[in-house]
Design a protein around this ligand. Structure first.
Ligand code: SF4
Length: 221
């Protein structure tokens, strides 16, 4: 896809989903430590689920030092509703220990450092950097970003790292965080995994999937 076409889609989505006071983060965090822990917890579950355990978790373990020395069974109990809670409890405690031992409880500001923390991959690192520090080092590719990038024609790849590279080449760095937000928003509301609502989609004329489906229908009539 040409950058001009990608830009037109970006501007159309921006018009639909961005208002002046729109919060670009779906997780209700208050500091870099919280967004890091909440993003680790958000694997394989909804942001709503993660937001619902936030108060219980951070009122008991408000910082990296307290979570680093937490009892794993107690942490598991608090985060149980987010799923995969054995692994997640282990990850957030170990990540807190590593932050405490290696970074003086400061959440690092680079992807290379962040991905060394347990439970943190590129997607999580990108989310943390963007929302905690406003740093656009990459674009977080989750299931919505992946699906929409393929359907809209931003990429022909399936691997999240390759999709991220394709997206980075299409959009200027300053909007990488917005791209993640816009694709997730459209994916949740309109372009769902099963049965995308193409009939009511405001960007259908620019969508490769829609164009291909329309051609197929025409050829079959
Ligand atoms: S036209 Fe359909 S496939 Fe394309 S973005 Fe809209 S809902 Fe998704």
């Amino acid at each position: 896809m040409q950058t001009d076409d990608a830009c037109r889609i970006y501007l159309a989505l921006r018009k639909i989903y961005l208002k002046e006071d729109t919060n670009l983060c779906f997780l209700e965090f208050e500091n870099p430590f919280q967004i890091l822990i909440m993003t680790i917890l958000s694997a394989q579950t909804t942001d709503k689920n993660v937001n619902s355990v936030k108060n219980a978790l951070f009122s008991k373990y408000p910082d990296c030092k307290s979570l680093a020395s937490a009892d794993i069974l107690e942490v598991e109990e608090i985060i149980k509703s987010t799923g995969f809670y054995h692994a997640k409890a282990k990850h957030i405690i170990s990540a807190s220990q590593m932050l405490s031992e290696n970074y003086g409880c400061f959440v690092p500001k680079t992807i290379d450092e962040l991905v060394k923390l347990p439970g943190v991959g590129r997607k999580t690192a990108n989310i943390v950097l963007n929302h905690a520090y406003g740093i656009n080092e990459g674009i977080a590719v989750d299931t919505h970003v992946k699906r929409l990038s393929v359907r809209l024609g931003f990429t022909k790849n399936n691997d999240p790292d390759k999709i991220e590279t394709d997206l980075k080449s299409l959009f200027k760095e300053s909007v990488w965080g917005e791209i993640n937000f816009l694709l997730i928003s459209h994916g949740r509301l309109v372009c769902k995994a099963k049965n995308p609502s193409c009939a009511v989609c405001k960007i259908k004329k620019m969508c490769r999937y829609y164009q291909n489906e329309s051609k197929l229908k025409k050829n079959n009539t």
